[in-house]
Unconditional design. Structure first.
Length: 155
């Protein structure tokens, strides 16, 4: 299960995340042990407001332990800041209701006066491999989920 840690402090490293999650990964009576498979960090620079937000994606196996991590650590402090945890869901462009079937439909069905999505410059850094990737993407302001972390193409 991939878990997203939302709006983490800027100085957070993989050591901090491992230390934060480690107590929940331990096994116990009627509890399975888990492990962290990978950690990747995302930095979002919001173009309109010139702000920077930091996120982390943590792959925890098995899924039952990932759910336990979410339940026990959501709204807990990481590096002095309370953060939210939730399961990461990959969204595919073909399931987006904003994608219109034809050019003719765009004019008559589009009732939006302005674009509500934020323009973002996304930088992804994988902690284990030390490689980085930069993308220009657009994120909905009401959405908590983003593009596929394993996909190498930009939106």
């Amino acid at each position: 299960m991939i878990i997203i840690l939302k709006k983490i402090p800027a100085n957070t490293s993989d050591y901090h995340i491992e230390k934060f999650i480690a107590p929940v990964l331990k096994s116990g009576l009627f509890k399975a042990a888990g492990q962290i498979e990978s950690i990747s960090f995302w930095t979002y620079e919001v173009v309109q407001s010139n702000t920077i937000e930091y996120y982390a994606l943590v792959d925890v196996e098995p899924d039952a332990v990932g759910q336990r991590v979410i339940n026990q650590l959501s709204k807990k402090a990481l590096n002095g800041k309370y953060i939210a945890l939730q399961e990461y869901h990959v969204r595919h462009w073909s399931n987006d209701k904003r994608v219109f079937k034809s050019v003719v439909d765009r004019g008559k069905n589009n009732k939006r006066k302005a674009e509500r999505r934020r323009k973002i410059v996304k930088t992804e850094r994988n902690s284990r491999t030390a490689n980085a990737r930069i993308e220009n993407i657009t994120i909905s302001t009401h959405s908590g989920l983003w593009s596929d972390p394993n996909k190498n193409s930009s939106r």
